[in-house]
Design a protein around this ligand. Structure first.
Ligand code: UDP
Length: 319
């Protein structure tokens, strides 16, 4: 018998994964962090390494993994367009082969397994806000497809393992999330704008800045993960996790400028291909089943994120 529940977090040294590992340790779990450190980083979890209930295992989940745990959080996959487009074949592999490996592990262990899916399964949505019942509008052959279709195929695998093998699955569809430990160079809009504002570089708006996103603070998201994992069967999701507050990219730029007191100018650049025009989660299902909704307003979360990047820049660790 194990007194502590054992869980594994794939992608545990990444932005979301590291916050999840931290929270699971606080909740009394024995946490095995799996990461190949492709976009994840030891610096995200360095403060956890002294904890005897935390373990980092450098491993690529496209190869099988043999461990003994009770719960699996499958987060491994580069998540920013710059990173996932750098090696698109590997992106599809981590979602397909990686999911098969983790589902196989869950099957052997009879463990619960949660998939970190994404709002990208909705593609450039024709339904607004997006509900879980919407099947999406996804380009299968574009630059984002390795991620979008990879994550869609991962959902398919999760549901087939559920139907075929009776696996206990939980699928979260994550909308844009931000907070400390975002990768400073991964090109995400929140990190880009904050770093640009703090260093006096121009704020780069792609397109005319009228496209919208809904930004969820990382602590809120992690709470949603735990609640989802805690649901009783037969609940599987998919369930949207995100903040329904919707902002244009131009509004975000103005917020970051006023919060940092920066005098950076705003410049426009071409809109990347297949960049969704609108995105906002309908979180009725999460509210109903998980009794969950985000608590941290954008201004408060941005303030914490600005402070994080300010420290990172002044410590010289970004260069
Ligand atoms: N974006 C932008 N300037 C940047 C980085 C991103 O205007 O420096 C835009 C991007 O075109 C998209 C939105 O911000 O419309 C969110 O981009 P991000 O890469 O953060 O996430 P995703 O597109 O995956 O939602």
């Amino acid at each position: 018998m194990h007194l502590r529940k054992r869980c594994t977090v794939t992608g545990g040294a990444g932005f979301l994964g590291s916050h999840l590992c931290e929270r699971l340790l606080e909740e009394g779990y024995d946490v095995l962090c799996i990461d190949n450190l492709y976009t994840g980083s030891k610096s995200n979890i360095i403060h956890l390494l002294d904890n005897p209930y935390f373990e980092l295992h450098r491993h690529d989940i496209t190869y099988p993994l043999y461990v003994e745990v009770d719960e699996i959080y499958n987060l491994a996959c580069p998540a920013s367009p710059i990173h996932y487009q750098n090696d698109p074949v590997q992106t599809t592999k981590v979602n397909v082969h990686g999911s098969i490996n983790m589902l196989g592990l869950a099957k052997r262990l009879k463990a619960k397994i949660m998939q970190a899916s994404t709002s990208e399964v909705y593609g450039d949505p024709k339904v607004h806000p997006q509900t879980e019942s919407y099947w999406g509008h996804v380009n299968p052959i574009g630059r984002r497809s390795c991620y979008d279709e990879g994550k869609r195929c991962a959902e398919t695998l999760f549901f087939d393992y559920h139907r075929q093998h009776g696996l206990k699955i939980k699928v979260a569809r994550i909308f844009n999330t931000y907070g400390p430990r975002m990768h400073p160079n991964d090109g995400r809009v929140v990190s880009n704008f904050i770093v640009q504002a703090l260093t006096g570089q121009p704020i780069t708006i792609y397109g005319d800045g009228s496209q919208t996103r809904s930004f969820c603070y990382v602590d809120d998201l992690v709470e949603g993960f735990l609640r989802l994992m805690g649901t009783e069967d037969p609940f599987t999701g998919p369930v949207n996790l995100g903040n329904p507050g919707e902002f244009t990219i131009l509004e975000l730029a103005e917020k970051v400028l006023s919060m940092t007191g920066s005098r950076s100018e705003i410049i426009t650049m071409p809109l990347p291909s297949d960049d969704p025009i609108m995105r906002k989660p309908d979180i009725s299902l999460a509210k109903e089943v998980l009794k969950w909704e985000p608590k941290v307003p954008l201004d408060e979360g941005l303030r914490k994120t600005v402070d994080y990047f300010d420290d990172l820049l002044s410590s010289g660790k970004m260069s």
